[in-house]
Design a binder for this molecule. Structure first.
Ligand SMILES: Nc1ncnc2c1ncn2[C@@H]1O[C@H](COP(=O)(O)OP(=O)(O)OP(=O)(O)O)[C@@H](O)[C@H]1O
Ligand SMILES: [Mg+2]
Length: 334
């Protein structure tokens, strides 16, 4: 289903189907299972797919944008099957890939016009002016892309993506490599598109951005969804407080009632507890008695980073910390 009008605007109110539906979507590259049995419904929201490098984010986006065939399972975008109705899918979506998608030898306006013509956009000249203005690029529209900053290039890619008024927008790492101000600007634009009724599917490595700007997140690990929900729901699923302990060298996992191990990143070991201020001295004492060299301890509210760490687990196991054993122990305690 397409939006109507001159801008990315509201759905017609009669929409019953979800913008994106996947059912057991699976992709193998030879023996490697890159996306494993993904079942998702996404509609009228900014949905972020988060996951470590190689977890299957881009592969998922490539299947949903019809650029890659699934090995098993199915998906629809705007009610169109990604295999049987690929052309209809392509007419109602836009996709900004992880890598640069503009021609640096052309001007900003020429790049957007090229897309407008590819899609057969009516009143192309006006529409190109309009999307360049929305992305605050009017002043630089006739400069060559090679003179643009990274943030401007990303905004131009968004202008290109919007020129044919898609209903669903796929953005693979829209803010990667940008400075803080440029990232904020990109997210302002994404939020505005969402307010106008567009469904936006983003992948990102930036937890703080997902937390702040996205309606729902799916955390993917080795091709499988490990956690799914709004950032606040996911954080609430962790216990109330997070205690981070900076430890030098080895650490014997403590066994304390009401204190749950989350994970370890480098020299920082994280735990959650219902009442952090009560648990902190007990944890400090237990760790010290077990011979751990504690350098610092912090008490704070959970962030999406903690959710991610718990869902995805430790990426590299530092020497001396018996993470696997500790996890088995915690699982038994639940
Ligand atoms: N064309 C390909 N042929 C074989 N293996 C591939 C191919 N593309 C991706 N893979 C593998 O599939 C897995 C998922 O890759 P994918 O690019 O989807 O991950 P990603 O989550 O997007 O990673 P990143 O965060 O680094 O962009 C990885 O193990 C990757 O090496
Ligand atoms: Mg990727």
């Amino acid at each position: 289903m397409r939006n109507t009008g001159t801008d990315a605007r509201e759905w017609d109110g009669e929409m019953t189907m979800n913008a994106i539906e996947t059912s057991n979507l699976t992709k193998y590259y030879d023996a490697l299972c890159a996306v494993d049995d993904l079942t998702l419904s996404i509609n009228n929201e900014i949905f972020a797919l988060l996951g470590p490098n190689g977890s299957g984010k881009t592969t998922t986006v490539l299947m949903l944008t019809t650029l890659l065939h699934p090995t098993k399972g199915s998906a629809t975008v705007c009610g169109n099957d990604i295999l049987r109705n690929a052309e209809e899918v392509r007419s109602c979506i836009s996709y900004v890939p992880q890598d640069m998608a503009v021609d640096i030898k052309l001007t900003g306006r020429e790049n957007v016009r090229f897309f407008a013509d590819l899609y057969g956009v009516e009143n192309a000249k006006d529409r190109v002016d309009e999307v360049l203005a929305v992305m605050e690029l009017t002043d630089r529209a006739d400069d060559l892309i090679k003179t643009y900053s990274g943030g401007m290039r990303r905004r131009l890619e968004l202008a290109q993506a919007l020129v044919h008024e898609p209903s669903v927008l796929f953005l693979d790492e829209p803010t990667i490599g940008l400075d803080v101000a440029a990232r904020k600007k990109i997210w302002e634009h994404i939020r505005n598109l969402r307010k106008k009724g567009m469904t936006i599917f983003v992948t990102t490595h930036y937890m703080d951005e997902a937390d702040q700007f996205c309606d729902r997140v799916g955390i993917i690990s080795k091709g499988r969804i490990a956690a799914l929900g709004s950032p606040s729901e996911l954080k609430a699923r962790l216990m109330k407080d997070v205690i981070t302990v900076r430890i030098e060298g080895e650490c014997t996992p403590p066994h304390i009632e009401g204190v749950i191990f989350v994970g370890r990143t480098g020299d920082e070991v994280s735990f959650t507890a219902e009442n952090g201020s009560e648990a902190l001295p007990v944890l400090a004492d237990t760790l010290a008695r077990s011979g751990a060299a504690i350098r610092a301890m912090f008490l704070r509210e959970p962030t999406l980073d903690d959710v991610f760490l718990q869902a995805v687990g430790q990426q590299e196991e530092p020497h001396g910390f018996e993470d696997a054993k500790f996890r088995i122990m915690l699982r038994r305690r639940k």
